[in-house]
Write a protein that binds this ligand. Structure first.
Ligand SMILES: [Zn+2]
Ligand SMILES: [Zn+2]
Length: 262
């Protein structure tokens, strides 16, 4: 628990957030089907209230594949309009439409609703990790679930096929930091080994700086005449020492494609 009624759950996949209000339960993201069943069992031990709303931060399977466990027990599923389209496209391409529970509600810029004392607001600031990522703000508790807009000290997946854009992603993080404040506590979709899935504004700043370092490094390499294959052999990003471990090729490749796109 992060407060007396807001908590997080992690087993396998993107960090889940939840609110146990006096009248109802709200869940953010659902990991995979087994994990969401475990979550539902755990929340039922803590509350007898109905599942009112499931919010998806974005469409990726490690955040929405578990939606199906909420079929018939949650009243509504909400996500950004692009997230719903991305989820539908992915399911069609992967012949997994029968395994989805899609959002029945969407929004485009902002969305807000009160749940007892708590007010939940969703904000869309443009393309980042995909073209459909939401910041989800528990305004009373001042906690923001970032979904995969923040990979805390871990190399991110940059889903260009679903509209991701690294330059825009940096602006999205800036807009988030301006919208929220120094006291805001943040929940991250993923973290590197030894790092937390919760943090502060400074962690958003650091991740934005990291994205900038990746773009700057790749731009310099392109100007120096390096090929894509040569650039992908890099094992570290200059200026981003805290980002280690697997997956460095993903942001390098995305940056290369973004910078060389015509
Ligand atoms: Zn994820
Ligand atoms: Zn993701």
């Amino acid at each position: 628990m992060l407060t007396d009624n807001i908590g997080i759950f992690t087993e396998r996949g993107g960090t889940i957030g939840f609110l146990l209000s006096k009248k109802e339960i709200v869940v953010i993201d659902s990991q995979f089907p087994d994990q969401s069943k475990h979550l539902i069992d755990e929340l039922k031990k803590r509350s007898e209230k109905p599942f009112k709303l499931l919010i998806n931060t974005h469409h990726h399977g490690d955040h929405t594949a578990g939606n199906i466990s909420f079929k018939g027990i949650v009243e509504h599923v909400l996500a950004h309009a692009n997230s719903k389209i991305n989820q539908e496209n992915w399911a069609k391409q992967n012949k997994a439409e029968d395994k989805q529970l899609y959002p029945d509600k969407t929004y485009t810029d902002t969305w807000s609703k009160k749940f007892g004392k708590e007010k939940i607001s969703l904000h869309y600031f443009g393309p980042g990790h995909t073209n459909g990522d939401s910041f989800i703000h528990f305004e009373h508790a001042n906690i923001v679930h970032c979904g995969d807009l923040v990979f805390n000290r871990r190399h991110p997946f940059v889903d260009r096929a679903a509209g991701a854009n690294m330059k825009s992603w940096i602006e999205v993080l800036d807009k988030g930091m301006n919208k929220f404040d120094k006291e805001t506590k943040y929940v991250f979709g993923h973290a590197g080994t030894g790092y937390e899935v919760t943090g502060k504004s400074d962690d958003l700043k650091k991740f934005g700086d990291y994205l900038g370092s990746v773009l700057k490094f790749v731009e310099g390499e392109i100007k120096a005449g390096k090929t894509k294959d040569e650039i992908l052999k890099a094992t570290a990003i200059p200026g981003a020492d805290e980002w280690k471990g697997d997956g460095i090729q993903r942001p390098l490749q995305a940056a290369f494609e973004e910078l060389t796109a015509v």
